[in-house]
Design a protein around this ligand. Structure first.
Ligand SMILES: NC(=O)c1ccc[n+]([C@@H]2O[C@H](COP(=O)([O-])OP(=O)(O)OC[C@H]3O[C@@H](n4cnc5c(N)ncnc54)[C@H](OP(=O)(O)O)[C@@H]3O)[C@@H](O)[C@H]2O)c1
Length: 270
């Protein structure tokens, strides 16, 4: 569908806009003046949110009911991005976690989570990239997680899906460098949301409240980071040097791998 009177800021597509972080993104982007396409499975919630945002901010908010873990829902969302030149921002937020051991996790559950957290995010990023390359500009925001930085045994598959989001987004950033296209990675820590109920295996109530932030704080910090031109925004990370050290160490480790011969410690002499 094309928008014959595109708003100056264009249209933002927010996945997982029916609750939590995505719902706050929708609110904040509407307040900035973006028209919206709100994507998730729960039509009733999306319609309510769209009506509210249209009334409060005089923007257009369209609802796209889609299961992004299923081919039909993913295709419909790809098509929505690809066919509308007014699309200027994609927030790849839809995702969920499972807080169980691998043995306890049913196969259909982890394949579904991988389909959403990895496959859908990748396919939608690709569609948005194609759209933005035609437009000469645009922004992709990928929502990862702090657990993507290091292995944590309570999230044996969720953590690696977010490690994928981290590396995939960093590679996209390399590929769009010097163009009018921006790609931001947002890595929340622990945020109050329904996601904790969906995850199973851990209760938000059991966490020390001092380590959990609100969805509003998370999204407001993420948008402040976007405005500042940050590539990686860690809303709750106080000591930014930890992130810089991580980036530097992973880059050095990658370089160190390409030496062409066994390391001296293995004692292999030719
Ligand atoms: N909360 C945290 O502590 C935390 C920390 C780090 C990262 N994150 C990340 O933040 C993102 C948002 O999570 P949240 O905490 O805001 O959780 P949430 O409140 O449960 O929101 C998840 C959103 O994703 C949508 N969704 C789930 N499955 C979907 C599917 N198959 N197709 C389309 N939409 C789907 C849900 O809507 P429907 O159910 O209506 O489809 C909902 O709108 C996720 O990527 C999560 O991994 C959260």
């Amino acid at each position: 569908m094309s928008n014959s009177h595109p708003h100056k800021l264009g249209t933002a597509i927010v996945t997982g806009a029916s609750s939590g972080i995505g719902k706050v993104y929708a609110d904040r982007l509407a307040a900035r003046g973006y028209d919206l396409v709100l994507v998730a499975r729960r039509a009733d919630r999306l319609n309510q949110i769209a009506d509210d945002l249209e009334k409060r901010f005089s923007i257009r908010a369209e609802v796209l009911v889609a299961d992004l873990a299923e081919p039909a829902g993913l295709s419909a969302t790809i098509e929505r991005i690809s066919s509308d030149p007014s699309v200027s921002l994609l927030v790849n937020n839809a995702g969920y976690s499972i807080l169980k051991t691998l043995a306890e996790t049913p196969d259909d559950l982890f394949t579904n989570m991988i389909a959403l957290n990895i496959t859908a995010l990748t396919a939608l990023s690709k569609a948005a990239l194609g759209r933005f390359q035609q437009n000469g500009s645009g922004t992709i925001v990928n929502v990862g997680s702090g657990v993507g930085f290091a292995p944590l045994s309570m999230v044996p598959i969720y953590g690696p899906t977010k490690a994928y989001v981290l590396q995939f987004t960093q590679i996209l950033q390399q590929q769009v460098a010097g163009t009018g296209i921006r790609v931001q990675l947002v890595v929340p820590g622990a945020v109050v949301s329904e996601g904790w109920d969906v995850a199973g295996g851990a209760s938000l109530d059991a966490l020390d409240p001092s380590i959990v932030m609100t969805t509003e704080d998370c999204v407001d910090a993420a948008l402040a980071g976007l405005d500042d031109g940050e590539l990686i925004t860690a809303p709750s990370l106080q000591d930014e040097t930890l992130l810089r050290n991580y980036e530097a160490a992973s880059g050095l480790l990658l370089q160190g791998m390409f030496a062409g011969k066994p390391a001296d410690r293995y004692g292999i002499k030719r």
